[in-house]
Design a protein around this ligand. Structure first.
Ligand SMILES: Cc1cc2nc3c(=O)[nH]c(=O)nc-3n(C[C@H](O)[C@H](O)[C@H](O)COP(=O)(O)OP(=O)(O)OC[C@H]3O[C@@H](n4cnc5c(N)ncnc54)[C@H](O)[C@@H]3O)c2cc1C
Length: 403
């Protein structure tokens, strides 16, 4: 048996499970993967794919999914523990997070038995990467304004439209597509979700260059694309409620390791600053000292949010609109921290130690990536609107529906 398939002795729980995950990661993380280590080299797509497939064989993907669909049949508590351990390490972000954290959960919730068996194992084994086709040029925050149309044509659907900001589309095999089956005036009604093949005739992906030079997201043109009936997820009118569930998951449970990764970043920053006399003096001075201390508080707030969410979900409660609190706090705090880290490291003198220069390169990338964090999965203004309207019950200020 492959060494990483021998991962999960049955019945491990709590701290024993944590020790096992930690030991597995220590033994299997490929050389050069960790962004806070001297030997770091950003891995390419094939290396990320191979690593994530190994993580799945090692028990670290699909942790809560039923074994019948390639999962490991454990609970959200183990999912949280594994995420805490994954977060402690400066690992690359998943190249299939939209599959594992959005498409998978929604397929488990509304897919047929046949669809679960067909889509979920290839997704976990990294044979199929998924992207999320929701946003359109005129439908971002106001998602209910989307115009991509799916028309029934005998036994199949024909789809026409255009999606934008589709993360991971250049590498994806499937797209979780939200399309309109009813009139545009119906807005929330008459929307449907599909599992569209990205290699279907009529799908054209045009990568968009981001400010960090990567081409991670894309425009997706959909011209008379035929989607088989058994690639429609749920009933045609279930599309909006399913989409809202997808977005609630995206805000509340997606990347559960965030607080622990954030802590890894903070410790890396402090370690790097201590290696340089100029930076060491700066972080001991009043203003940076205080701002670093505030970051500790921000991280603890995120941790204090995640742990009860797990308990509530395990008790069968839904998180609903409260997912907005987490999304808002994490994205705003992380963006503030990324700016602080860059501000500090830019003050390193020429000829600073290689570790300091490597940290500066990491935090430059982080700074650029964090600019998007207050936009995707619903902007800061939309989260504030949801909190005001739906949690506080204030009269609606917004004219439009809001993502
Ligand atoms: C890095 C990145 C990755 C992304 N990946 C994906 C993906 O994989 N799939 C996908 O479908 N989408 C993706 N998106 C798109 C993302 O969901 C949208 O950008 C987001 O929902 C905002 O929509 P918009 O860009 O159309 O901006 P708009 O909705 O046009 O908003 C513009 C501005 O107006 C404000 N605003 C809008 N409506 C209101 C209101 N009612 N009240 C107050 N203020 C308002 C917004 O807060 C924002 O500041 C991604 C975006 C980014 C940046």
């Amino acid at each position: 048996m492959d060494q990483d398939q021998a991962f999960l002795p049955p019945g491990l729980a709590g701290e024993e499970y944590r020790a096992h995950v930690r030991a597995w990661l220590a033994a299997h993380v490929p050389a050069g993967f960790l962004a806070d280590q001297a030997d770091h080299q950003a891995p390419d797509l094939d290396a990320c794919r191979a690593w994530e497939a190994a993580m799945h064989r090692g028990g670290l993907a699909g942790i809560t999914w039923p074994q019948a669909y390639g999962g490991h049949g454990l609970t959200l508590r183990e999912h949280l523990i594994a995420n805490q351990e994954i977060g402690r390490l400066a690992l690359p972000e998943s190249v299939n997070s939209l599959g594992k954290e959005l498409a998978g959960p929604i397929i488990l919730a509304i897919g047929s038995e046949e669809q679960k068996r067909r889509y979920l194992p290839p997704l976990l084994e990294m044979r199929e990467i998924w992207c999320q086709g929701f946003s359109e040029p005129n439908a971002g925050s106001d998602l209910a304004g989307l115009r991509t149309r799916a028309t029934r044509d005998g036994s199949v659907w024909r789809v026409n439209g255009r999606k934008i900001w589709t993360s991971g589309a250049p590498n994806a095999q499937r797209c979780l597509l939200l399309a309109r089956t009813g009139p545009i005036e119906d807005r929330h009604r008459g929307l449907a979700l599909f599992a569209m093949r990205m290699d279907a005739p009529g799908v054209t992906v045009r990568p968009l260059r981001q400010m960090d030079g990567r081409e991670h997201f894309a425009e997706v043109f959909i011209d008379d694309v035929v989607i088989e009936a058994d690639d429609a997820l749920g009933a045609p009118d279930q599309g909006w409620s399913a989409a809202v569930r997808v977005l609630a998951i995206e805000r509340a449970t997606n990347r559960m390791y965030r607080a622990w990764r954030f802590e890894n970043e903070l410790h890396h920053l402090v370690r790097a600053c201590r290696l340089d006399a100029t930076l060491a003096a700066l972080i001991e001075s009043g203003t940076y000292h205080r701002r670093l201390a505030e970051t500790v508080v921000d991280i603890d707030i995120i941790k204090a949010y995640v742990e009860p969410v797990v308990e509530r979900l395990m008790a069968g409660e839904s998180i609903g609109d409260r997912g907005s609190l987490m999304k808002l706090h994490w994205s705003e705090a992380h963006q503030r921290f990324a700016a602080l880290a860059l501000e500090l490291l830019e003050q390193a003198p020429p000829g600073a130690a290689p570790e300091v220069q490597a940290a500066r390169a990491r935090f430059q990338r982080l700074y650029l990536a964090a600019r998007a964090e207050t936009i995707y999965a619903g902007t800061t203004e939309i989260q504030l609107g949801i909190i005001g309207d739906r949690i506080l019950g204030l009269p609606r200020e917004r004219a439009r529906g809001g993502r």
